[in-house]
Ligand binder design. Structure first.
Ligand code: 1AL
Length: 341
C-alpha cells in the first residue's frame, strides 16, 4: 500500500495539535504538525540560538529521551509515519520511536501521560535533513501519537498517514459531508494539479485564499479537468456544494458530478458511472449549492469545463444502511473506559 497518499491525520489543517512535550527550548513542538513543508534561513539567530522551523530540544546532559504528544485531527488507523528532519544536520536525533493511544473525549495531558501506549514504530535510526518514512503494521484505532527522540535533537515535521475512522457521535443521524477529509474522504485521482493540490478541496472550513484550493493550468486542448473522490463511506448525496470562492478570473465555466458504487460495479469501467448532477454553469467566486437525490455511491467524480480552480467541494448526505452500525462498533469503548489495552 502506498500509505504516503493517505491523509495526514496529525495535520493542523484537520485540527491536529501538540498537547505537550518535556522540552522545546530551541524550537516549539507545535511546528511538528504545520501543514506546509519546513523552511530554513541560515545564520538567523534569536535569543535562544539558530531559528528552526520544527521541534528542537536542548542538548541532554543526563540519560533519557525527549517526547512530544500529538492529538490527531482525525482519529484513525495509522499506516505510516514520516519523521522529517529537514534542515537539522548537526542536531538531528540519531533515533526515534512512535507510539499511539486511544483516549476518547477531550483528555488532558495528565490523562494522556497515564494512557496505555502501544508501539507504532519501534526505536529506529534516523537520518539528518531527511524525510524518514516508517510503515506501520498495527491495526489500532488511535486518537493520539507520541514521538520519542533518543536522546535529543530536532525534528521539522511529523506526518501521520492513515485511514480516518470517523467517530459516529459527530453525526448521530448518519448525515455528514461524505467527501470531507476529516470524515475519511480522500482524493484518489485528478487530471492536473499544476497550481494547487486537489486534496485541499475537501479540507475543513473555507479557503482563505486562491492558494488553498485546487487549480489546474490553462487547457489548450478540447478536454476537461476532473478530480476523483473516494467518499468517507457509502452514502446517498442530498446536497452538493461547489465553491469557486477566490477564483474570479479562473473559475470553471461549468461542472458535473458522476458517481459509482464500487460494491456493485468496477470504478475502472466507464459504463459503471452514473450522473449525480448534470452539467451546470458555474459563476466565479461563488458558493453554489445543488440539492440532489442519489443512489448510494462510494466514489464521486467532479468534472470541470474546461479547466480552472475551485476552493471547496462538499457532498452532504446520509450513510448507507449498516454503515453507521459498523462505525459504532469500531468506536465501542475499549475495556478500561476507552483506553486501548
Ligand atoms: N547551530 C545550532 O543549530 N545549534 C543548536 N541549535 C540551535 N537552535 O541553535 C544546537 O546546539 O543544536
Amino acid at each position: 500500500m502506498n500509505w504516503l497518499g493517505l491523509t495526514d491525520l496529525a495535520s493542523r489543517r484537520l485540527g491536529g495539535g501538540v498537547v505537550g512535550t518535556n522540552d522545546e527550548l530551541f524550537a516549539a513542538a507545535d511546528n511538528l504538525v504545520t501543514p506546509e513543508p519546513p523552511g530554513f534561513t541560515p545564520k538567523t539567530f534569536g535569543p535562544k540560538g539558530q531559528v528552526y522551523d520544527g521541534w528542537e530540544t536542548r542538548r541532554r546532559r543526563v540519560p533519557g529521551e525527549d517526547w512530544a504528544i500529538v492529538r490527531l485531527g482525525a482519529a484513525g488507523i495509522v499506516r505510516g509515519v514520516v519523521v522529517d528532519t529537514s534542515f537539522f544536520t548537526g542536531n538531528y536525533p540519531p533515533e526515534a520511536s512512535v507510539q499511539g493511544c486511544r483516549v476518547d473525549g477531550h483528555p488532558s495531558l495528565d490523562d494522556l501521560l497515564a494512557a496505555d501506549w502501544v508501539p507504532l514504530v519501534s526505536r529506529s535510526p534516523l537520518q539528518g535533513d531527511t524525510a524518514n518514512p516508517f510503515s506501520v503494521s498495527r491495526d489500532a484505532l488511535v486518537t493520539h501519537v507520541r514521538l520519542v527522540i533518543h536522546p535529543d535533537g530536532g525534528v521539522a515535521r511529523l506526518r501521520v498517514h492513515g485511514e480516518v475512522v470517523p467517530d459516529p457521535v459527530r453525526f448521530p443521524d448518519g448525515f455528514l459531508d461524505l467527501a470531507a477529509a476529516e470524515n475519511g474522504g480522500r482524493v484518489v485521482g485528478c487530471s492536473d494539479l499544476f497550481y494547487g493540490a486537489p486534496g485541499q478541496l475537501i479540507e475543513p472550513g473555507l479557503a482563505r485564499t486562491m492558494g488553498e484550493g485546487w487549480e489546474t493550468r490553462r487547457r489548450r486542448d478540447a478536454g476537461n479537468d476532473w478530480v476523483l473522490v473516494r467518499l468517507a463511506a457509502p452514502g446517498r448525496i442530498s446536497l452538493a456544494s461547489l465553491d469557486t470562492t477566490h477564483f474570479k478570473g479562473n473559475a470553471p465555466g461549468a461542472a458535473a458530478l458522476t458517481g459509482v458504487d464500487d460494491r456493485k460495479a468496477d470504478p475502472a469501467d466507464p459504463a459503471a458511472w452514473f450522473p449525480l448532477l448534470p452539467r451546470v454553469d458555474l459563476r466565479p467566486d461563488t458558493r453554489h449549492r445543488f440539492p440532489l437525490r442519489t443512489d448510494p455511491v462510494t466514489h464521486v467524480r467532479l468534472d470541470i469545463y474546461p479547466d480552472g480552480g475551485m476552493a471547496r467541494l462538499s457532498l452532504h448526505g446520509h450513510l448507507d444502511d449498516g454503515v453507521l452500525d459498523t462505525l459504532r462498533t469500531a468506536w465501542l469503548p475499549a475495556p478500561g473506559g476507552g483506553r486501548m489495552r
